[in-house]
Design a protein around this ligand. Structure first.
Ligand SMILES: Nc1nc2c(ncn2[C@@H]2O[C@H](COP(=O)(O)OP(=O)(O)O)[C@@H](O)[C@H]2O)c(=O)[nH]1
Ligand SMILES: [Mg+2]
Length: 342
């Protein structure tokens, strides 16, 4: 499963991508700086169950547990892409690989619809990207080029847009919300469900954390832990104000929404011993698995090991003792032991 970042050129996709994955990609204020699609590992986050058991797992940060997900930095999209403008169909064929999209919008209105400096309209950008995706869907309904499971077609009476949003959901984000120019647009974009966000500030915090200047758990606030110069302090003050206003930089929230709200994936924690919550070598809550909605106890067993799947008898929740037979769907954030037969 892969989360794709889309948006017009210079909206901040590569910055967002770097913030999520800590990979060096080219960041430049000109169109089409992303020539190649980059895919890297990022992390969604969930509350770690170790907290509710009063234990220390050693794998979470202040009770925030990272769960691996693939993120793709896609090329910029321009109006007319469905008809071949910009990277056109090459772009759209890359989109087909992503199960869910994060639309990174430049909410500052300081770049036009092709990403060049100048007056822009974020609300129009929000619409043209939807429109491009709809046109592409329309032209490819029922074909493999959309990257959907075979037989995924609109329900009777379902519009192309509703169908597209159902099978390839989009999280809208009002990026560059740190710029004063964004103020007048962020509220309106919020009415469309956009998450206010600053990919730049998220990147600043992750870099500062990596160099020991701050302690930062993505999605939360931060605290100073090292010496900073006057300039760094000034930047961090701005970041702090942003977080006070918006609750977080918004970046982690977008990824979490994409994975858990839009796709409905669940995170589950298998353990061997339901009393100590450990594996055979004594590690507390050693693993977390991300599974598609509706996944059953036996699906989890197969994901861990084919042999465990074949010999599956039942799973039991270490949280409340609920038993799960092979076809029972699992619950998000459950901790499970799997009983196997001979
Ligand atoms: N102020 C501000 N600038 C940003 C933000 N995100 C990206 N930028 C800037 O916008 C420009 C384009 O960013 P980039 O990530 O290359 O955009 P892409 O073309 O969508 O990949 C760069 O100058 C970034 O530093 C943000 O959240 N706030
Ligand atoms: Mg880019």
């Amino acid at each position: 499963m892969c989360v794709g970042l889309i948006g017009k050129p210079s909206s901040g996709k590569s910055t967002f991508f770097r913030a999520l994955t800590s990979v060096e990609t080219r960041i430049a204020p000109y169109p089409f700086s992303t020539v190649e699609v980059r895919v890297a590992e990022g992390f969604a986050t969930v509350p770690c169950p170790c907290r509710r058991f009063g234990m220390e797992c050693g794998s979470c940060f202040d009770g925030v547990r990272p769960v691996r997900v693939k993120v793709a930095d896609l090329p910029g999209l321009v109006p007319g892409a469905h008809a071949g403008r910009g990277l056109g169909n090459r772009f759209l064929s890359e989109v087909s690989r992503a199960r869910v999209l994060i639309h990174v919008l430049d909410s500052s209105g300081t770049t036009d619809c092709e990403g060049n400096p100048g007056a822009g309209d974020p609300l129009k950008d929000a619409e043209f990207v939807e429109e491009e995706l709809d046109r592409w869907f329309e032209a490819n309904l029922g074909k493999t080029s959309l990257g959907l499971p075979e037989g995924t077609v609109p329900e009777p009476g379902e519009s192309v847009r509703d169908f597209r949003r159902r099978v390839k959901p989009v999280v809208l984000t009002a990026n560059k919300a740190d710029l004063p120019e964004s103020r007048k647009f962020v509220k309106k974009l919020g009415e469309l469900g956009a998450v206010p966000c600053s990919a730049l500030f998220e990147l600043v915090l992750r870099k500062a954390a990596a160099s020991g200047i701050v302690r930062y758990v993505p999605g939360n606030g931060f605290e100073l832990t090292g010496r900073v110069n006057a300039r760094q302090l000034e930047v961090l003050e701005k970041v702090k104000n942003f977080i006070e206003t918006h609750g977080s930089t918004g970046v982690q929230e977008c990824l979490n929404r994409a994975v858990f709200e839009k796709l409905g994936y669940i995170a589950v924690f298998p353990v061997e011993n339901e009393k100590t919550l450990t594996d055979s070598s004594g590690r507390v809550l050693p693993d977390v698995y991300l599974l598609p909605p509706g996944s059953t106890a036996r699906d989890l067993a197969f994901r861990i090991h084919t042999d465990l799947g074949k010999r599956f008898v039942r799973a039991i929740s270490a949280i409340d003792g609920t038993p799960f037979r092979s076809e029972d769907p699992l619950r998000h954030l459950d901790v499970l032991t799997i009983r196997k037969g001979q």
